[in-house]
Design a protein around this ligand. Sequence first.
Ligand code: AMP
Ligand code: GLY
Length: 426
Amino acid sequence: MNILLIGSGGREHTLAWKLKQSPLCQQLYVAPGNAGTAQLGTNVALAITDFIGLASFCISNKIDMMIVGPEEPLVKGIYDFFKNNPNTSNIHVIGPSKEASRLEGSKAYAKAFMKRHNIPTAAYREFDADNFEEGIGYIKTHALPVVLKADGLAAGKGVVICTNHIEALAEFELMIQQAKFGEAGKRVVIEEFLDGIELSMFVLTDGKNYVMLPDAKDYKRIGNGNTGPNTGGMGAVSPVPFVDDAFMQKVKEAIIEPTIAGLIAEELDYKGVVFIGLIKVNGEPFVIEYNCRFGDPETEVIIPRIENDLVEILLAASQQRLNEITIKTSPRTAVTVVAVSGGYPNDHETGKEIHGLNNTLPGDSIIFHSGTRQENNKILTNGGRVMAITSFGDNIEEAAERSNQLLDSLFFEGIYFRNDIGFEFR
Ligand code: AMP
Ligand code: GLY
């Protein structure tokens, strides 16, 4: 099969690494890719939302499967664009339809879906300019902390947790009256704060059947001990130590099965990954959010633990044959540690040369590129998150230490990483 992978982060380098191991994978293209994906396949200089360009590339290069990494093209309808064009409708597109992608693209849509299907989530109400005054009253009497969520995609920034009413009212006004998070963010979900421990589950569905991929936990804060501002993700661990059979059973019964049944009942066309952000409160799982794609940096720990042929399972998802697939997962622990540019998640410089990439790699570690690009013979930083170093170990401590040690042998000006990923479990 000829495969086109859309995206340019650590997630995409990891997917490319795994796709390349499949005997079913012939040509591998990545649009636009990074310096890491360029070592595994051919990078294609097309933007992730250039649907016309991507479709004509697929036709010219006889692409059989297109895997969509990031949410933006999915929410903008890349699946439907390909399916509605007779020249691309035969391509296996991995990712949900535009309507189904609203599970990530609209917080209000996701909450209403959960309500319809009795899926446990924080209690909420939805407001916009039309019931703004009512929203003010609602916030004033809401228990604290109170969570405000801008409806549309906001690059991970649209959720604000307020510890007092004045701040919540100010944020609410900024979102609705000043469009702080854009037009789509002028609709706001206000919900109760859930106090617990978060984790992520990954479900691959063909719209009818589903298989569970490994679970993971990511670390979003910039600083050790989960301090400082939120980032795209500074590291991840898999498996999550507190996910035992009993908890998994609860998640399946209360969340995963009703979610898949809901997709079927509402005739949502979904052939891809449902990434469920969960929180465990007093032993019970609640949904924080749905995403319609793989996570980053969770992919960097879950994909290396999957022993199946990735092309085979994605093809089965596209052909509604996931009932034939059994996922085989390595019992080993994987930890990824992300190296970022100095200053990230705020202003940061790029274009710094990365040194040490040609050192011999210890057997238990893999270097995945995120924001990197090649210029002449040099590999340069090209974003906030630069590389994700994944290591295996018998436990989180061992795997994390292997990644930290490898990072000590890599260098670019301003390099920073958290050296405590998985700290609660060490
Ligand atoms: P989201 O974009 O929905 O994933 O929210 C971003 C982050 O905000 C989540 O990963 C949680 O840490 C936090 N969060 C969102 N909703 C809630 C909630 N109802 N209670 C507590 N924390 C939340
Ligand atoms: N790591 C969180 C995400 O991919 O959205």
